[in-house]
Design a protein around this ligand. Structure first.
Ligand SMILES: [Zn+2]
Length: 319
């Protein structure tokens, strides 16, 4: 057992219950919103999120991990407002989301740079995990970084190494957004291991976008969790393939490496209004409870396996 910080306070890891390891509440470019989102209605966005997450809880999910970090519009006071109105644990993250460069705030400050100071990213991440995010009193409980098809750019590498160092200092687990089609999960494992990270504390996110079980087995054999975490994004990989890949992983003995989620959001400003519902109608918080779990059971995954995937693996991630 250990204590997990949630947006509304500490929770015993034994009480996390059924956990989706990668769900966003609100993804919004804050600077864009302040300048161009004339139709932004803060109260409506909060009310919508409360509605969706209340429904998720009623469908049997107890906890979500929200990897919305710098670069995705993390704004904790809004998340606090939402979390206070729901009976679902929300675990906040720290880190930085980029596929390319890091923001200008970090271009000139850091080891060997114009202002030669200790890595400010690491200090920020550690502060979020140990003291709290800004003045909210909310502590992050896991770290997030990304590596996409652009690969290990200088910016991506700097963030990833800072995430690794923050993990070593705090023990906080890590979620990495990866692109399985470029094998970037293996690159993330190499870089994080070089920083001394315990790879069993790493979720290789978006592993569920591929059916390449040999690739996934390699990641799992190094100890990491496989984020089969984009259920509903059928345009990237169809539902049947996503389900069958989990079935095959379980058959090969990797049930203790599987975690699941949708990577959905209550609001995201990346697409025009209504487009998400039209293009990916199943990309919502109901899909796993309503469709994925029944399909897994139908294909021979047991209730015990599901308990491992939904409860035990996320719990162990924090212990
Ligand atoms: Zn995500």
């Amino acid at each position: 057992m250990s204590t997990v910080q949630t947006v509304t306070g500490p929770v015993d890891s034994a009480d996390l219950g059924r956990t989706l390891v990668h769900e966003h509440i609100i993804i919004v470019g804050e600077e864009f919103r302040e300048n161009y989102a004339d139709d932004w209605d803060e109260d409506q966005r909060v009310a919508d999120a409360v509605r969706d997450l209340t429904e998720l809880k009623s469908l049997g999910i107890d906890t979500i991990m929200d990897p919305t970090v710098l670069g995705l519009g993390r704004y904790i006071p809004r998340i606090q407002r939402i979390a206070e109105q729901i009976d679902l644990n929300v675990v906040a993250a720290t880190g930085l989301y980029t596929y390319n460069e890091i923001p200008f705030q970090f271009h000139y400050s850091g080891p060997g740079l114009l202002f030669d100071v200790p890595e400010p990213l690491t200090e920020m991440f550690v502060r979020d995990l140990t003291e709290g995010i800004a003045d909210t009193g909310v502590r992050a409980a896991f770290l997030k970084c990304a590596i996409e098809e652009q690969g290990l750019t200088p910016g991506v590498e700097r963030v990833m190494r800072a995430v690794g160092q923050a993990h070593v200092q705090t023990g906080a687990p890590i979620t990495v957004h990866t692109n399985p089609h470029t094998g970037s999960g293996l690159v993330a494992q190499r870089v994080l291991a070089e920083e001394g990270v315990d790879l069993t504390k790493v979720v290789i996110g978006h592993s569920g976008d591929t059916t390449d079980v040999d690739y996934l087995s390699k990641l799992a054999e190094a100890g990491s969790l496989l984020g089969m975490d984009r259920f509903g994004l059928d345009v990237l990989l169809p539902f049947e393939d996503r389900v069958n890949t989990i079935v095959e992983l379980v058959r090969r003995g990797f049930v203790e490496n599987v975690v699941i989620a949708h990577d959905a959001s209550c609001f995201i400003d990346w697409f025009p209004a209504g487009a998400k519902e039209q293009v990916v109608p199943k990309w919502n918080f109901r899909h796993i409870s309503e469709d994925v779990i029944p399909a897994l059971l139908e294909r021979g995954v047991t209730e015990g396996d599901l308990e491992t995937i939904l409860v035990d693996n996320p719990r162990r991630h924090f212990e």
